[in-house]
Design a protein around this ligand. Structure first.
Ligand code: GDP
Length: 179
């Protein structure tokens, strides 16, 4: 079954995003994680696909060891997931993406993995200010257009419909058409 991975630093609001996304839909979290990819959480959504919750990155204060373990795990994950269709990269709308966010974004692009950037906690910013913040994010991630970024709020439900649609489109695309 297809997989869509979710990436973002710890505490960015990933679990809240997932919970809001699957509101009143049948969620099943698999007991054990397939393969050797430990520390990954799999959420089976609507019997159609898996959300793969990647462990949060951006360990400012952890040892080099833990950091390289994380990198190794990411490498393992991305080099073995044949059913991976896209990555939803979650950032906080209020903050310029961190170096880790930028690295992750570059890493995915180099590998040709489709990335959808979601700017969550949009409720923390007045709607009229969104564009200003989204432009900062677009610039840091070298996106050609800030309209590609999806504002989201797990608090108010902003962007949930749009994310449902984006996921549907990702799943509808035939991966065999890509190289
Ligand atoms: P995770 O570590 O990335 O899974 O982050 P969580 O989903 O646990 O969220 C971290 C904190 O941010 C929690 O206190 C959430 O209540 C809060 N949070 C998450 N999403 C939103 C949001 O869209 N709006 C607001 N205002 N708070 C949020």
């Amino acid at each position: 079954e297809p997989e869509i991975a979710l990436a973002g630093r710890s505490n960015v609001g990933k679990s809240s995003l997932i919970n809001k996304f699957i509101n009143r839909k049948n969620l099943a979290r698999t007991g054990n994680t397939p393969g050797k990819t430990r520390m990954l959480n799999f959420y089976h959504i609507n019997d159609a696909f898996y959300f793969v919750d990647l462990p949060g990155y951006g360990y400012a204060k952890v040892s080099k060891d833990v950091h390289s373990q994380w990198g190794k795990m990411m490498e393992d994950y991305f080099s073995t997931r044949e059913n991976l269709r896209a990555v939803i990269q979650i950032v906080d709308i209020r903050h310029k993406p961190s170096l880790e966010d930028q690295e992750m974004h570059g890493f995915l692009r180099i590998r040709g993995i489709p990335v959808l950037v979601v700017a969550t906690k949009a409720d923390k910013i007045a709607r009229g200010q969104w564009a200003k913040y989204l432009k900062v994010i677009a610039e840091a991630l070298e996106l050609p257009d800030w309209h590609f970024i999806l504002p989201y709020s797990a608090e108010t439900g902003t962007g949930v419909e749009e994310l449902h649609q984006a996921v549907e489109e990702i799943l509808a695309e035939d991966p065999s058409e890509e190289d």
